[in-house]
Design a protein around this ligand. Structure first.
Ligand SMILES: NC(=O)c1ccc[n+]([C@@H]2O[C@H](COP(=O)([O-])OP(=O)(O)OC[C@H]3O[C@@H](n4cnc5c(N)ncnc54)[C@H](OP(=O)(O)O)[C@@H]3O)[C@@H](O)[C@H]2O)c1
Length: 329
């Protein structure tokens, strides 16, 4: 019999999440039945969507939702061998039992040199978000100008690099000078700190006086309302996220975007990466290939210790992460 630790949502978040909104519980797991597996989490992901989904899909006392890379430690299912690593959505828990149906094996031939935590980031859901958002929503073409915000994060850092691989000019912005330096290191053509520029409007114009063909929006709110005015005619906006609004208790008000949308004849489309779940293998294969070739670089913000999951989550929402925020158990 194994004992699992799990983080539950003690109290629905009001504004910014606080450590006291979470509770750490111990759960005794039953013995395995035929066909079942016991898994232990090795890396867990902390993602912005957890803030949104806690409000929509969770009640107080529920285990926090989330994805992990886990190792099979006991198996009564002949299809799975002890020691195999998988990706699964089993929430913030150290150990759990599965019947195997919800487990995704790591892509075959995962190189030993690559951390398995990348399956939660660049070669996982955030990487796929960048891949499909750029290809299918922005429909970027070589030579175009691409704007991305939260650019030093899990999704944004992949967006900028994939756009460079595709032959675009890339402008990125992020919330600290070290993050801006990182974007330059990754090969972004222009990068700025949106928190310290005197005018976002001027910074966007200076970075690309001709405007933007594609805008991969991770932030929403005021940033997006300003950026819309810098789109080229027939530009495309991929609405990926709105992190600037997730912690608001009172909804933000305009400026509103309809007039530039009309006169510039823009295409704006929201999306959720799961739309392309039938093309997951294609996306992962492409991302893995670019990582191995050194064309797609990654950085991870690794927090040590399962007990620090709430702090890692809150830190990510505050912008403390460079690249993908993960927790190592
Ligand atoms: N549609 C989908 O299927 C999908 C899938 C994955 C992610 N997403 C969305 O994509 C966005 C990025 O997710 P991620 O996993 O890559 O997270 P991330 O960028 O690694 O981390 C979040 C970052 O957001 C920035 N941020 C926080 N508050 C902000 C604010 N008020 N204004 C501007 N930036 C702020 C911070 O960076 P700075 O220091 O730069 O402020 C922070 O590091 C999120 O909006 C997320 O919800 C959507």
């Amino acid at each position: 019999m194994a004992t699992a630790k799990a983080w539950v949502l003690k109290k629905h978040f009001e504004g910014f999440p606080k450590i006291s909104d979470f509770d750490l519980k111990k759960i005794e797991l039953p013995k395995l039945k035929e066909g079942e597996l016991l898994l232990e989490s090795v890396f867990l992901s902390v993602d912005p969507y957890m803030r949104l989904c806690s409000q929509m899909d969770m009640k107080e006392g529920d285990i926090m939702i989330g994805t992990q890379v886990a190792r099979i430690v006991e198996s009564k299912n002949p299809a799975f061998t002890v020691g195999t690593f998988v990706v699964t959505n089993s929430g913030w828990r150290t150990h759990f039992i599965s019947d195997g149906k919800d487990l995704q094996l790591l892509p075959p031939a995962w190189p030993e040199s690559l951390p398995k935590s990348l399956a939660l980031g660049t070669v996982g859901m955030p990487g796929l978000t960048a891949y499909f958002g750029l290809l299918e929503v922005c429909k970027m073409k070589p030579g175009e100008i691409v704007l991305v915000n939260a650019a030093a994060g899990a999704v944004g850092s992949v967006v900028g690099q994939l756009a460079k691989i595709a032959g675009c000019k890339v402008v990125g912005c992020a919330g600290s000078d070290p993050k801006v330096a990182y974007l330059k290191k990754l090969g972004f053509d222009e990068a700025f700190n949106y928190k310290t520029v005197t005018s976002l409007d001027e910074a966007l114009r200076k970075a690309s006086p001709d405007g933007y063909d594609c805008f991969f929006d991770n932030v929403g709110g005021e940033f997006s309302s300003t950026a819309v005015n810098h789109m080229k005619k027939y530009g495309r906006i991929a609405v990926c996220g709105a992190i600037s609004q997730y912690n608001d208790s009172v909804p933000q008000k305009g400026p509103y975007i309809q007039i530039p949308m009309i006169f510039k004849e823009l295409h704006m489309e929201g999306f959720i990466v799961n739309r392309w779940s039938n093309r997951r293998e294609e996306g992962l294969k492409a991302l893995m290939k670019w990582v191995i070739e050194g064309k797609l670089k990654y950085h991870e913000q690794v927090t040590e210790g399962f007990e620090n999951m709430p702090a890692a989550f809150i830190g990510m929402l505050k912008g403390e992460n460079l690249g993908k925020a993960v927790v190592k158990v």
